[in-house]
Ligand binder design. Structure first.
Ligand SMILES: Nc1ncnc2c1ncn2[C@@H]1O[C@H](COP(=O)(O)OP(=O)(O)OP(=O)(O)O)[C@@H](O)[C@H]1O
Length: 305
């Protein structure tokens, strides 16, 4: 649905994007992460047929972004970092205007605008001029504009940056629903918890190059090693009481009064053995769980390298 091969962009002598390969299927969300100036927006603009690639190609729903730029634009909903809103227009008028540019019939424009304004809690403000909207409201209107023609492909550049927590949650829920409804979505964000919640896969870009790509679990495994598990015994037993009993099964990674940690790449085999060994020796287990490894650690490790 979204496909890029060796996609590159040069501004004069400066190579902003170098030979990027991407493939995003319907119902899949890829989060493109990277430091400021890494080339995220440039990539999105090329994929959205706004900026011509210097070399390589990209296709959206099978249409080439250069040869069939207009068709590509009709298939894409694009939320940019600095959406140009027409401040003297009221929300309804603005959405109607954009809908007509995209060739939507009047009744479809009206119905889509109403549905989306209600979904994002903006229906009451529909006759207010956009100049008077807050930053977060402007961002929501820009998102509604991107969705007005119900496009199969979405490019969302920092969709929740200016929003209060409740609005950000509404937008995240909407993104989740769009993914479930088989849209292909490319999200760029600096908010790693957002990427963690929404993304099927992550691509990390630095100096115009994709330096890592995969699911969070794959990248975590690759960079941070096998998953870590934590064992806690019920009081009054300190966690250290388990160490000698499990000495032949695990190698303890860290230990405190309350918890003992170890790594394993085969928890489905090892953890049942640990539990039955402890049960047979009468040590009561309070909890045994995987320690969540944060995307932030993975990201910082990759970008720092
Ligand atoms: N029109 C342009 N002319 C020259 N250089 C440009 C142009 N557009 C972008 N660049 C440069 O290309 C590089 C990548 O910019 P881009 O906006 O794609 O980064 P980004 O990853 O989106 O950054 P941020 O996270 O800060 O939004 C930057 O060094 C930027 O200065």
């Amino acid at each position: 649905m979204i496909e890029a091969s060796q996609l590159s962009k040069q501004f004069g002598a400066f190579q902003a994007v170098r030979s990027i390969n991407l493939n995003i299927q319907p119902g899949e969300l890829l989060a493109l992460l990277g430091p400021n100036g890494a080339g995220k927006t440039t990539t999105v603009r090329m994929l959205g047929a706004i900026l011509k690639p210097s070399s390589g190609y990209a296709r959206i729903c099978g249409h080439d972004v250069v040869q069939e730029a207009e068709t590509v634009r009709s298939k894409v909903g694009l939320l940019t970092e600095y959406p140009g809103l027409y401040g003297r227009m009221a929300a309804m008028e603005y959405l109607d205007f954009f809908g007509s540019l995209l060739g939507l019939e009047a009744h479809t424009r009206q119905a889509r605008a109403e549905l989306l304004l209600r979904q994002f809690g903006m229906w009451e403000a529909r006759e207010r001029k956009l100049d008077g909207y807050s930053k977060g409201m402007k961002q929501k209107i820009a998102l509604v504009r991107a969705l007005i023609h119900d496009p199969p492909v979405l490019f969302l550049d920092e969709p929740t940056t200016a929003m209060d927590p409740q609005s950000a949650r509404t937008v995240r829920d909407a993104i989740h629903d769009l993914r479930a409804a088989d849209r292909s979505i490319l999200l760029t964000t600096h908010n790693l918890s957002e990427a963690e919640v929404l993304a099927d896969r992550i691509a990390i870009i630095r100096s115009g190059q994709i330096i890592a790509q995969g699911t969070i679990a794959e990248l975590t495994r690759q960079l941070l090693g096998a998953p870590i598990y934590e064992l806690r015994l019920a009081p009054p037993f300190p966690a250290s009481a388990a160490a000698p009993i499990l000495a032949d099964l695990i190698s303890v990674e860290s230990q405190s009064d309350t918890a003992l940690r170890y790594r394993t790449s085969e928890p489905h085999l090892l953890n049942p053995q640990i539990l039955s060994r402890l049960a047979s020796t009468g040590l009561p287990v309070l909890a045994l769980a995987e320690v969540p490894q944060r995307l932030e650690e993975v990201y910082l490790r990759i970008v720092a390298d």
